[in-house]
Design a protein around this ligand. Structure first.
Ligand SMILES: Nc1nc2c(ncn2[C@@H]2O[C@H](COP(=O)(O)OP(=O)(O)OP(=O)(O)O)[C@@H](O)[C@H]2O)c(=O)[nH]1
Ligand SMILES: [Zn+2]
Length: 299
């Protein structure tokens, strides 16, 4: 497996994300903190996996989305077959499913890269022996770390390397906020897309070819986004829409939601301030698989 090893017979391994050389026994990459288990597993596979990055502002629902997506895949939803590589790949879906069955949302993702959950899956759509297997690496990043990297490129080396190597991305946007007229989701998505644009910049008018699925989360708050997703994006996320039109060749828009109904509990945080905490009364998954299916059919 020469592509991972520095030289034949050299025991050092190259990090899959940032290409730094690490000794065989380290647990996380010394440069970027990606788990080296990813590399060990792909050396066993004998081929480099495709990386799918899940992006979005803090609190848009990345952890919830990714957890349910992986869980649906491993339950063979829509004739998908998925095999997690390594127990670490199951942690994220277990964490999401376990907390949602207890009617709480999962905790915020920590900002430190060595505390992010990474999932490494082999997946394919059933359809005989000829259907293709995809090796997929999907990390759950913290939205605040993404924001820090966009504001000051190279703060998080792991994010830059990860996006540079991604075969496709999903950009999650808070549709509930956007529907209420907030501009933050539009601006964050605009910054994220222009970051990706500058990362892949080749010729001045060549568009970025990497497929990107724009996923509107929390669409249970604005059902109209399910009915006509493109129109919703054009109206409520117009800056993002325009940038996608002019700079990205392969973009599609999806709406999704993971909760059926919400209740609100009031409480006080550490500083004694009152807040209302949403309680997911039951999960009802809508539109979770569609963006994933679209994306892997294009990578
Ligand atoms: N109504 C509704 N709310 C949701 C849904 N998914 C997530 N949420 C809300 O969004 C919050 C954040 O979800 P997370 O998945 O933790 O968000 P994240 O993008 O991983 O956030 P960071 O860890 O800060 O990057 C949850 O605590 C819920 O309140 C959904 O499908 N519908
Ligand atoms: Zn690394």
């Amino acid at each position: 497996m020469g592509w991972m090893q520095a030289e034949p017979n050299d025991p050092q391994l190259r990090c899959m994300i940032c290409d730094a050389l690490n000794t065989v026994d380290v647990v996380v990459c010394s440069e970027c903190s990606a788990p080296m288990a990813l590399v060990h597993d792909s050396v066993t596979q004998g081929r480099a996996p495709q990386i799918v990055s899940v992006l979005g502002d803090s609190n848009v629902g990345k952890t919830v989305y990714l957890g349910f997506l992986l869980d649906m895949l491993s339950q063979r939803a829509n004739e998908f077959e998925a095999i997690p590589k390594g127990a670490y790949s199951v942690d994220m879906q277990q964490n999401v499913v376990a907390s949602m069955t207890q009617r709480t949302f999962p905790a915020k993702t920590a900002m430190e890269p060595d505390r992010w959950h990474w999932a490494y899956y082999q997946a394919r759509k059933a359809g005989g022996r000829r259907s293709k297997w995809y090796d997929l690496v999907m990390p759950d990043l913290a939205g605040e770390s993404l924001a820090a990297e966009i504001a000051n490129p190279a703060t998080y080396k792991v994010i830059r390397s990860l996006l540079g190597k991604s075969a496709g991305s999903m950009l999650l946007v808070d549709a509930a906020l956007a529907a209420n007229g907030a501009t933050r989701p539009d601006f964050f998505a605009l910054k994220m897309m222009s970051y990706i644009d500058s990362l892949f910049q080749t010729k001045r008018d060549a568009k970025v070819q990497t497929p990107i699925a724009i996923v509107l989360c929390k669409a249970d708050h604005c059902p109209e986004s399910f009915d006509d997703t493109r129109r919703f994006v054009q109206g409520s996320l117009n800056r993002l829409w325009n940038l996608c039109e002019s700079r990205f060749a392969t973009v599609e828009y999806f709406a999704c939601s993971s909760v059926g109904s919400l209740a609100y509990a009031t409480g006080a945080d550490d500083d004694g301030l009152e807040f209302a905490r949403p309680i997911p009364l039951h999960t009802s998954l809508q539109g979770i698989l569609e963006p994933f299916e679209w994306l892997i059919s294009r990578i």
